[in-house]
Design a protein around this ligand. Structure first.
Ligand SMILES: Nc1ncnc2c1ncn2[C@@H]1O[C@H](COP(=O)(O)OP(=O)(O)O)[C@@H](O)[C@H]1O
Ligand SMILES: [Mg+2]
Length: 511
């Protein structure tokens, strides 16, 4: 009898071992996948398994519990007599294996299978792109997570593949995944992984300034950047210090420039604006009525403004040196924060080769701007440059390296996108006004910039008059200069086109 029992036991052990073995073999990959996934191991799950296995152990070892009766009472699930048979014929250790180890492995395998299924379409998509390291390793999609209502985060192991290879294939990725790629970045704590933020929803094509201002502008020296798929992004002058706004004509540079200035004016006190707009000041004319704003419309005025700001900067550095301080704190030092804003900066910086004097003017504008970009930070002086192109010829590389915040609207060529962003994203933007890429540090985020209409802007300046022009003026110091007093030196700043006009006029007069 006992011998028969032994052979039965051995039989069963062999069969169970076979089951575990086959499971391991067939599903080993999936089990490993489930087990290696960080998200599998939540505290709740570990606890659940722990208590379950403890309970099973208790039942298995408790001889005086009437397990056969218990199992047989579940006759609608198990055949009658099975409980008894298991209880008397299967060794304890084996009972534990059946009740705990196999379900546990099954559970891990199921998770692994679910993950594999979930990321399969992304893996196939990535494979289509053919990204490889030089040693022919391909990126592997490890997992996908739902974040927010319409977004997914893909975790990709991409050992030895440059993140810009991904960024440059943004368009291809979007069509491969059938989703919008909102952001691609290296995982901060493990640089072998990259995260791709996908969105099933597209951005709105129009965002209003009014509604966003009341919701998002609270802190001083902040301005609206735009609606991304995740959140609404607000820029902070204190963190960014300087900013470049770039993109082809008609993308929304000047609108962004104006709404950013408006945001700063609305959120801040103790601030002075020096604006340069060589298109006769049309873009920033709305700010003209404010006492803490100066607008340069001509090249000589621009030079006067930049010179005055640099002089002020030098004064502030002397002050810091005398007091043994490292940076100006406007409230403490009773000095206003200064914003220098230049729209169409390339017009100011482009050297007119035919005219020696305008060449000199452009050069000094560059040098002055360069000093502000390099040293302005500690002196509470900020620079906002809007320009069509960011290339050596228009904006000095010296200036570029000191400005890491960029708002880039659509550009026409991949090459321009590469120069401004280091990837193709700006060339792949849809042709939607106000759609751009907000780039700070290593993050490039697609946003829809709020639109501030000229009428709205006018109303808002009305509201600012009290703050900046009223009796309780909120500036610490006087403005650095009055432009009425700045006289152009004769002929020194004449531009190439002025000269052409002159020639034409002369011809007309002569005939
Ligand atoms: N954020 C925006 N939302 C909607 N439309 C915009 C936005 N920004 C600009 N536009 C539209 O695009 C046009 C061109 O914008 P603008 O800022 O003058 O371009 P740029 O200075 O780059 O040449 C504007 O007249 C405006 O109608
Ligand atoms: Mg413009």
């Amino acid at each position: 009898m006992s011998e028969q029992k032994n052979t039965q036991d051995n039989d069963l052990i062999t069969r169970l071992a076979l089951i575990v073995g086959v499971m391991g073999g067939l599903f080993g990959g999936l089990i490993l996948k489930g087990a290696r996934r960080k998200a599998t191991w939540t505290w709740g799950r570990i606890n659940a398994w722990f208590f379950y296995s403890m309970t099973v152990t208790f039942f298995v070892l408790a001889h005086n519990l009437n397990i056969p009766f218990f199992i047989d009472s579940l006759s609608w699930i198990f055949p009658k007599g099975l409980g008894e048979w298991v209880y008397f014929n299967v060794p304890r250790g084996m009972q534990f294996t059946v009740l705990v180890v196999i379900p546990f492995l099954g559970w891990l395998g199921a998770i692994g299978a679910a993950v594999s299924l979930r990321v399969r379409k992304y893996q196939v998509g990535l494979d289509h792109l053919g990204l490889r390291t030089s040693s022919n390793l391909k990126p592997v999609v490890i997992d996908s997570f739902r974040v927010g209502e319409h977004q997914k985060r893909l975790l990709v192991r991409a050992i030895g593949i440059d993140i810009n290879d991904f960024k440059n294939r943004k368009g291809a990725l979007e069509s491969a995944f059938n989703a919008i790629v909102e952001d691609i970045r290296v995982l901060e704590n493990d640089r072998q992984f990259i995260e791709i933020l996908l969105s099933e929803k597209s951005l709105p094509t129009l965002v209003g300034y009014d509604e966003m201002v009341t919701k998002h502008l609270a802190a001083p020296y902040t301005f609206l950047v735009g609606q991304s798929l995740g959140e609404f992004i607000v820029g902070n002058l204190l963190e960014l210090h300087h900013m470049i706004v770039a993109g082809s004509t008609g993308g929304g540079k000047s609108f962004f420039f104006k709404q950013a200035l408006m945001g700063i004016a609305e959120s801040s006190k103790h601030i002075q604006f020096y604006l340069i707009d060589l298109k006769r000041g049309v873009e920033v004319k709305i700010f003209e009525r404010l006492d803490n704003v100066r607008i340069a419309k001509e090249a000589h005025e621009a030079i006067a403004i930049l010179t005055a700001v640099v002089d002020e900067m030098d004064k502030r550095f002397k002050f810091l040196e005398e007091k043994g301080l490292t940076e100006i704190v406007p409230d403490r030092d009773k000095m206003d924060r200064i914003v220098v804003g230049i729209d169409e900066a390339s017009v100011l910086f482009t050297i007119e080769k035919s005219s020696r004097s305008s060449k000199a003017a452009a050069q000094s504008a560059r040098d002055l701007t360069d000093r502000i970009a390099k040293l302005g930070r500690a002196a509470a002086i900020h620079l906002i440059l809007a320009t069509q192109k960011v290339v050596k010829e228009t904006i000095d590389t010296r200036v570029q390296t000191n400005i890491n915040a960029r708002m880039v609207f659509r550009v026409n060529t991949v090459a321009s996108s590469m120069t401004v962003l280091g990837n193709k994203m700006a060339a792949e933007l849809p042709e939607i006004k106000g759609r751009g890429i907000w780039s700070v540090g290593s993050k490039d985020i697609v946003v829809q910039v709020p639109r501030l209409s000229p009428e709205e802007a006018n109303d808002r300046v009305d509201d600012l008059l009290e703050k900046f022009n009223g009796t309780g003026k909120c500036q610490f110091g006087p403005m650095l200069l009055d432009l009425d007093e700045v006289q152009p030196k004769k002929n020194i700043f004449e531009t190439h086109s002025d000269k052409k006009v002159q020639v034409v006029n002369d011809k007309v007069n002569a005939s």
